[in-house]
Design a protein around this ligand. Structure first.
Ligand SMILES: *[C@@H]1O[C@H](CO)[C@@H](O)[C@H](O)[C@H]1NC(C)=O
Ligand SMILES: *[C@@H]1O[C@H](CO)[C@@H](O)[C@H](O)[C@H]1NC(C)=O
Length: 373
């Protein structure tokens, strides 16, 4: 009932206008300029409650837990982790701290009536703020939990960076939240796989609990965007290197991270989707990247969507202007029913690839993020 009221009210206000683009849009890579726009004041920690400097346990933690509708797990933490799993939890902390920054900024914009962040009637605003306040506290617990796991295993906890956000209105912020949460859910699958393979399986269930939690969030964001709440039968797989690069490229103020360099993941090159609207049909997409001297003569464009084998396509009509390489490539939507999140990357070999991890190991540029329906 409430969600019906909510979507009706939202559709009656500003969302309806922006939705066609949000539906088929190329995700958070849509803007041509770097998101680090000079005019934007970066978001900086700590929060008013002291986050991320919260003792476990403490009355400050209890306050966050109450706002999160639940507690950090009270089960004992492992005293060691395989190096690859340390990397996974560092990436999780890096991401969750970013998410806390994002939802802090979004809540502040909504509650202080920043232009573009109005959400219709006071009742609707109340409902949206209530949902996002819970998410905000829950993300703080995800971040504190990941850093506690690292510390217990004798590894270094991740400290916050400074952040900028490409969204400048409510619709684009929710659309962005949906996309980065999709990337997170895909990447947590990668973390689970590592934990299972490396003998740290005690945390596999915990990561499953976070994936489900993030899925509840995306269902809500998708409802706000008038999309079917459940995105796909099997959510898209991502990888650590892809998520790390996407976060760095889009949200992090360069040079502002005190210790993100300890995260043992490569920094890839940016791949830009030039096609403004990706529709739910077979079509030709255009991408570009800045070539710094990498040999791309045998490059392929690889799509990862759902739990399917990576799809390899040959770039066509390659043109170069200065350092910028632009090309066209097919998106085989129909054959693969490529809804939801698709990650597109450039590799220097044509595969065939048996998994997203195989593709990540040879990714040169990307990911560009595509959301369909
Ligand atoms: C909050 O509003 C500012 C000013 O418009 C904007 O730069 C920032 O990206 C917004 N935050 C989010 C999360 O959209
Ligand atoms: C060029 O970019 C690729 C992909 O990001 C990277 O692997 C390579 O190290 C870069 N080379 C130089 C000279 O910066």
């Amino acid at each position: 009932m409430l969600s019906t009221i909510l979507s009706a009210a939202l559709l009656g206000s500003q969302l309806a206008l922006a939705l066609p683009a949000a539906h088929g849009g190329p995700g958070w890579y849509s803007t041509a300029t770097s998101p680090a726009s000079a005019s934007q004041t970066p978001f900086k920690f700590p929060l008013p409650n002291g986050f991320p400097n919260i003792q476990i346990p403490s009355t400050k933690l209890t306050t966050i837990e109450k706002a999160a509708h639940g507690t950090l797990p009270n089960t004992p933490l492992a005293s060691k982790l395989a190096p690859a799993d340390v990397t996974s939890f560092q990436l999780i902390a890096f991401n969750e701290i970013f998410e806390v920054a994002f939802f802090s900024s979004l809540l502040r914009n909504i509650t202080s009536n920043v232009a573009g962040f109005g959400v219709g009637s006071p009742e609707v605003q109340k409902s949206v703020v209530k949902a996002l306040r819970a998410v905000h506290a829950q993300e703080q617990l995800h971040a504190l939990g990941a850093n506690a796991i690292l510390t217990a295993a004798g590894a270094e906890a991740i400290q916050p960076c400074e952040y900028i956000f490409p969204s400048d209105n409510f619709d684009s912020a929710i659309s962005l939240a949906r996309t980065f949460t999709d990337v997170v859910m895909g990447t947590l699958q990668d973390a689970q796989n590592g934990l299972a393979v490396n003998g740290d399986d005690e945390y596999v269930g915990l990561i499953g609990a976070i994936i489900g939690q993030e899925g509840e969030q995306t269902g809500y964001y998708r409802s706000l965007l008038d999309l079917v709440p459940s995105e796909l039968p099997f959510l898209t797989r991502s990888t650590g290197p892809w998520a790390y690069f996407a976060l760095n490229q889009n949200f992090i103020v360069p040079g502002s991270c005190p210790n993100a360099h300890i995260i043992d993941l490569p920094i890839l090159g940016p791949l830009k989707l030039e096609t403004p609207n990706v529709e739910a049909k077979d079509q030709t997409l255009t991408f570009s990247f800045t070539n710094n001297g990498t040999d791309t003569s045998s490059m392929s464009l690889v799509y990862q969507n759902q739990q399917n084998l990576p799809i390899v396509e040959k770039p066509r009509n390659i043109r170069t202007s200065g350092n910028t390489v632009t090309f066209d490539v097919s998106l085989p939507y129909e054959e693969n029913i490529m809804n939801g999140l698709t990650l597109a990357v450039i590799t220097d070999i044509a595969g065939p690839f048996s998994s997203a991890d195989d593709v990540a190991a040879v990714t040169l540029f990307g990911p560009a993020l595509i959301e369909i329906d």
